[in-house]
Design a binder for this molecule. Structure first.
Ligand SMILES: Cc1cc2nc3c(=O)[nH]c(=O)nc-3n(C[C@H](O)[C@H](O)[C@H](O)COP(=O)(O)OP(=O)(O)OC[C@H]3O[C@@H](n4cnc5c(N)ncnc54)[C@H](O)[C@@H]3O)c2cc1C
Length: 286
């Protein structure tokens, strides 16, 4: 299929992009196009205007500022994979990036596009949630910052208001105590995950505190497994796995039944728990 007709404008600056979005309420932002163009071609979406933000330089760049790592929305996955700042300050993102699609997709797809699109099976929204990061936006009511826990509302629905653009994501900088773990199960490497887990914690002696477990591919949005987090922080991996029965309620989808996904979530949690504890058994329970 071919897309329905649409107008195209290349934004020269952030202000210009916001002005174009104001001029047409149904307009859509075009970043890497790796999801948007597919939805246009399948006529799942028929916006009258695409606002191309690829030449807006203020949306680019990776920097540490005020204790946070700020990754510009237009940062492509491939650039992020090569970034020494991301490897050092956000190792969870560095672990997740190679699982996103294939090299051709990672050459064009952007961090901001993934965060804004909010595919429930995508890696980066779950990483943002696990890291307790924030989304920086600009729109008709000015600049805004939305905490990751409040950003994903429902299936492909985020806290972004009409006419708003994601400027960047901000992540807490990793410390010597930061532990991260990432695992996903996909039919083929590069496919969307049937189930995945992004996790962070703080090492505290032989145990862990501040455990954050963000599962993806198991619901309408990335999901925090809060009961499992408490159990894992208490050093009881088996209780954490059992808690997933209450924390997660994955629906059946084309990839797998909800029951299979819940089973996979437990397997992933077992693997990631080892990673969080750097291979050391958790009080003999692993
Ligand atoms: C074959 C294939 C396999 C893939 N596999 C994976 C995978 O395994 N994991 C994964 O996570 N993704 C996967 N993707 C999707 C890919 O990651 C997309 O790049 C990503 O979802 C969207 O980023 P983009 O920059 O291409 O955004 P676009 O496609 O340009 O835009 C996507 C949506 O986000 C909006 N948007 C984009 N940028 C902004 C912004 N700065 N502010 C506000 N709104 C914005 C657009 O308006 C649009 O609604 C795959 C894609 C393909 C084609």
């Amino acid at each position: 299929m071919k897309p329905a007709p649409f107008a195209y404008e290349r934004a020269r600056s952030l202000d210009h992009a916001l002005e174009l979005l104001r001029s047409e309420p149904e307009a859509r932002v075009l970043a890497g196009g790796q999801s948007l163009i597919a939805t246009l071609n399948m006529r799942l979406s028929q916006p009258p205007l695409l606002v191309d933000i690829n030449h807006v330089d203020s949306l680019k760049g990776i920097e540490v500022k005020d204790g946070a790592l700020r990754i510009g929305a237009l940062t492509r996955y491939a650039e992020a994979e090569r970034s020494a700042e991301i490897a050092r300050h956000a190792p969870l993102i560095a672990k997740a990036l190679p699982f996103i699609g294939h090299p051709a997709i990672r050459n064009r797809g952007t961090i901001g596009g993934s965060i804004a699109f909010g595919d429930p099976a995508a890696e980066l929204p779950a990483c943002l949630l696990a890291l307790g990061g924030a989304v920086v936006t600009s729109g008709p009511s000015g600049l805004g910052t939305v905490a990751a826990d409040a950003f994903y509302k429902s299936l492909y629905e985020t806290a972004l208001a009409p006419g708003e653009i994601v400027l960047a994501i901000e992540l807490p900088v990793a410390t010597a105590q930061t532990r991260t773990g990432f695992a996903e199960f996909a039919r083929r490497h590069g496919d969307y995950a049937m189930a995945g887990l992004a996790a962070t914690a703080r090492a505290n002696g032989r145990g862990l505190t501040d455990v954050r477990l963000a599962f993806f591919g198991v619901g309408a949005t990335p999901v925090r497994a809060r009961r499992a987090e408490v159990a894992l922080a208490g050093g009881d991996l088996e209780a954490a796995i059992a808690a997933l029965a209450n924390d997660l309620n994955p629906p059946d989808d084309v990839q797998a039944s909800g029951a299979v996904k819940r089973h996979l979530a437990g397997v992933l949690l077992r693997r990631v728990a080892r990673e969080l504890t750097e291979g050391r058994p958790m009080e003999g329970r692993l």
